[in-house]
Design a protein around this ligand. Structure first.
Ligand code: MOS
Length: 678
């Protein structure tokens, strides 16, 4: 079981907003009711007269912040409004209810202009970013893909779209800020305490050691808490101005404009192949949006650079700078929308060439990473596809679409590949032995609900050659040894590396005769840098069965199976939860999730869970995830690849491909809805 499982199920595990703080004041955010444009007046005197209101913060009175890379954090630094919904003011009051009511009553005047919010492939304002997230070239190419496409026996040229999608962790973005002895203490919901502390120190011009960020329990993030959000800045600023500890949380509705989301994408994919389906050319061109505040360029075409063999290839990303909130990371940014397009196109190619979709992928399996030419540290995509075929019952599948009926339901099955890079970042950790035979491991890691604390306990126990019950792992505090954030599926791999090294050093000290109390520390910077040149990726195969009601168009997914090859699996129970959680999010992407932009006013209109739909238990019928035991010596001492994100990759494509098999309809725009089927 999870080491903090008892605390969580008994409600004693504290989340950011729940810390008792004596004398706390409460802040509530005011969002721009118009934009883009300028704030021309903030009628704060009206609400300051209300009983219980302590302060109104806006560009008129906010303390100056040092500029940081993320312009979304430059809270109240000017009268400019970049998009409707941006935070333009905040009310601080004695109670949350007073703050909320005063924020509602606060009149703000704007000088605004019509928003430009529509993403269009013909937009003359589209530009090529310098790089795409986190640091890949925007465009790549080899050979002559256009000529090769023209000369191909089988050609697919299709455009796929994915809508804006919003991260919705159960715990909203929340912070308690307190200034004490010139320093700043934050209880904050985030994916990495070290990252938040460093950014806040920069913004408020403090020494890094003057900021402490505490976050032992975090109720989900999915990327939206990977970088600090305006909530942290707002709370810290309100606490500074009022001289009180301040509690602040975004409401669920406010999160839709303030805490990031996945950009919508328009993706044109061209595949050219020989008559037997052997690829000669792959072209993947992506159009996506960013804001006027900050550039975020999602790396949607990057998986196309490493999935399949083809002598001719081109990938490209183009951005539109729109009057919208800045998009950001959402579970497997890049791979998630990109593999939807590529894997649907592969299914179209399989159908056009008359080749089984699994066989097509096997036929185009590369020997080395296609664009870089690097050897793969391990690549077991084919093994995943074969094992999945066996478990899912693929081999007697009739490839003909639209020929299977159960009563009012047409049904069919689909497959798609999954991939996610096996990243690693330098980390520090310490391990200490106590005279009573117990051990304490310290690292500023984050457990955002993944079970990282439990996995790190198992990793530490293994390196210490002791029982896990003797090991306590302390995480979630920037005062602990510096660690990278829980993101990019590299948390446990990066932290576990440092934990292993610290525990090995401690074990060696103890074996050499050192007597407790004794402590050892580790920093993996040099070892991470010294790793050999390999292409390191996890792979997987997603299978789905889809049922479509011929009268209502209702689409159901009675079965999903994911087979993954993600290195060594340290903690099977938690790993399965991660895979299944990712696949469930992929099911939501396939059938439900869609943030709808109001083009007149420029804001996402469906900004709560009543209108932004994610799968409920009744939608999730039979989802299973299994894995192939993989031994890869080129990763880290544990042999792990990271499992937080690959579960979502390819899941929506498997559903869309199954929908085609069921109905003969090729739907290329997500989500797949009854209206699109009928
Ligand atoms: Mo993940 S979207 O890198 O937190």
């Amino acid at each position: 079981m999870r080491v903090e499982g008892r605390e969580k199920v008994t409600g004693t595990a504290r989340y950011a907003y729940e810390y008792p703080v004596a004398g706390a004041a409460y802040a509530f955010a005011v969002q721009a009711a118009a934009g883009p444009g300028r704030v021309t007046a903030v009628h704060d005197e009206e609400v300051l007269a209300l009983p219980g209101v302590i302060a109104v913060l806006s560009h008129r009175n906010a303390p100056a912040l040092k500029p940081v890379e993320d312009g979304e954090l430059a809270l109240f630094q000017s009268d400019e409004v970049a998009y409707r919904g941006q935070v333009v003011a905040a009310v601080v009051a004695e109670t949350l209810d007073t703050a909320r009511e005063a924020a509602r009553l606060l009149r703000v005047d704007y000088d605004d202009r019509p928003p430009k919010v529509r993403l269009s492939p013909g937009d003359p304002g589209l530009y090529k970013p310098e790089e795409v997230n986190p640091s890949f070239p925007a465009d790549t190419g080899q050979g002559d893909p256009d000529e090769a496409f023209g000369a191909s026996a089988v050609r697919i040229d299709a455009t796929y779209t994915t809508p804006a999608e919003h991260n919705n962790p159960m715990e909203p973005h929340a912070t308690i800020a307190e200034w004490r002895d010139g320093g700043l203490t934050l209880h904050d919901s985030n994916q990495g305490a070290s990252t938040v502390a460093a950014t806040l120190a920069e913004l408020f011009d403090l020494e890094p050691a003057q900021v402490r960020v505490v976050a032992p329990h975090v109720g989900g993030g999915f990327g939206s808490k990977g970088t600090p959000r305006p909530n942290v800045v707002l709370a810290a600023m309100a606490a500074r101005v009022t001289g009180r500890p301040v509690k602040f949380a975004f409401t669920r509705q406010q999160m839709f404009a303030t805490t990031g989301y996945r950009t919508p994408t328009i993706q044109r994919v061209r595949l050219g192949a020989d008559a037997d389906g052997t690829l000669t050319t792959i072209v993947h061109e992506v159009v996506e949006q960013t804001s006027t505040v900050r550039e975020f360029a999602e790396q949607a075409a990057t998986p196309t650079r490493m999935m399949y063999r083809a002598p001719h290839r081109r990938t490209a990303h183009r951005l539109a700078r729109l009057d919208v909130p800045t998009p950001s990371w959402m579970r497997a940014p890049g791979e998630t929308p990109g593999m939807f397009a590529l894997e649907c196109a592969m299914d179209e190619l399989a159908f056009a060439a008359g080749v089984d979709p699994i066989e097509l992928r096997v036929r185009n399996e590369p020997d080395t990473e296609p664009e870089s030419g690097l050897p793969f540290s391990s690549r077991n995509l084919v093994a995943c596809l074969r094992r999945g075929a066996e478990l899912f019952g693929w081999d007697d599948r009739d490839p003909a679409p639209s020929v299977r009926r159960r009563g009012r339901k047409m049904y069919g099955t689909g497959v798609a590949s999954a991939t996610y890079p096996a990243n690693l970042s330098p980390s520090k950790a310490t391990a200490a032995a106590a005279p009573d035979g117990t051990f304490t491991v310290r690292i500023a890691a984050a457990d955002i609900g993944t079970g990282a604390r439990t996995a790190l306990t198992a990793i530490a126990a293994e390196a210490l050659k002791t029982d896990a019950s003797r090991v306590t792992v302390e995480i979630g505090d920037s005062a602990l040894p510096k660690a990278p954030l829980a993101g990019g599926s590299m948390g446990t791999a990066s932290w576990g590396f440092a934990v292993t090294r610290a525990c090995e050093a401690l074990r060696a000290d103890l074996d050499g005769g050192a007597s407790p109390p004794v402590e050892a520390s580790a920093d993996t910077t040099e070892e991470v840098k010294a790793r050999g040149d390999y292409a390191r990726h996890a792979f997987g195969a997603q299978f789905a069965e889809v049922e479509v009601d011929v009268d209502t168009g209702e689409i159901r997914v009675p079965r999903m199976l994911g087979v993954f090859a993600a290195g060594r699996i340290v903690d099977p129970q938690r790993a399965r939860s991660q895979f299944i959680g990712g696949m469930t999010m992929g099911l939501g992407m396939a059938l439900m999730e869609e943030s709808t932009m109001d083009e007149r006013f420029g804001d996402y209109v469906n900004h709560d869970l009543a209108q932004y739909h994610v799968p409920a238990c009744a939608d999730v019928r039979d989802i299973d995830a299994v894995w192939i035991e993989e031994s890869d010596p080129h990763l880290n001492p544990m042999g792990t690849k990271g499992i937080g994100e690959i579960g979502i990759v390819g899941a929506a494509a498997a559903v869309a491909n199954a929908l085609h098999h069921a109905t003969g309809l090729r739907l290329r725009d997500l989500p797949l809805t009854p209206a699109a089927v009928l």
